[in-house]
Design a protein around this ligand. Structure first.
Ligand SMILES: [Mg+2]
Length: 196
């Protein structure tokens, strides 16, 4: 059925991903400070492929206080994210954008559990939050997704958390099967996600 031209263009469905512990091996100290210590999980790239196959875009949402404290130089962060983007593109599942909050103040609207980065990403990229998912390995990720109005949240890990995610899996390796089984397939309607 054709939609009326007067209807607003619906936004894209998105899977928002936390970074450390989801895309890459989490730091053994407080921060991943050097690009040489940034190790992507191959299983994350597999999950990204499912996300794309289902017609979703993927956006990273990461708190990186180490930038403001000086532990993580900006050029090291840039090198990490260049590699992340490169490796995602290599498997045909590009990361649309990466949002970084370097603010140390927990009251800052961008710092998770606050939803500022997700809301900004949604505005910047015409994301439909009501069809979007948030994935993370801390309660703050789940809270940020819920506060932003995401449809579903996924907690990756085995610890008890106060928040109530829609799904819990133990490992990053469980994400691709979870998405295969539970992520709606919008690929037919989102084949041209930038169409006017
Ligand atoms: Mg994390």
């Amino acid at each position: 059925m054709e939609s009326k031209t007067t209807e607003p263009t619906p936004g894209k469905p998105c899977v928002f991903f936390d970074r450390d512990g989801i895309a890459n091996v989490p730091p053994t100290t407080r921060y991943v400070e050097k690009a040489e210590h940034f190790h992507l999980y191959p299983e994350f790239l597999q999950a990204l492929q499912v996300v794309h196959a289902k017609g979703f875009v993927a956006i990273m949402i990461t708190n990186q206080k180490g930038i403001s404290t000086g532990h993580t130089p900006q050029e090291e962060l840039d090198a990490m994210h260049a590699r992340l983007r490169h490796d995602a593109e290599l498997v045909g599942a590009p990361v649309l954008d990466i949002y970084v909050c370097s603010e140390p103040d927990d009251r800052h609207p961008d710092r998770k559990p606050n939803p500022g980065m997700l809301l900004r990403a949604a505005a910047d990229h015409q994301v439909d939050l009501s069809r979007s998912w948030m994935v993370g390995d801390h309660g703050t990720d789940i809270a940020a997704g819920q506060r932003a109005g995401c449809h579903k949240t996924v907690y990756v890990g085995t610890k008890a958390i106060e928040e109530h995610p829609d799904y819990r899996v133990d490992h990053v390796a469980d994400l691709a099967p979870l998405f295969t089984n539970h992520l709606p397939d919008w690929s037919a309607t989102e084949a041209r996600p930038c169409a006017e």
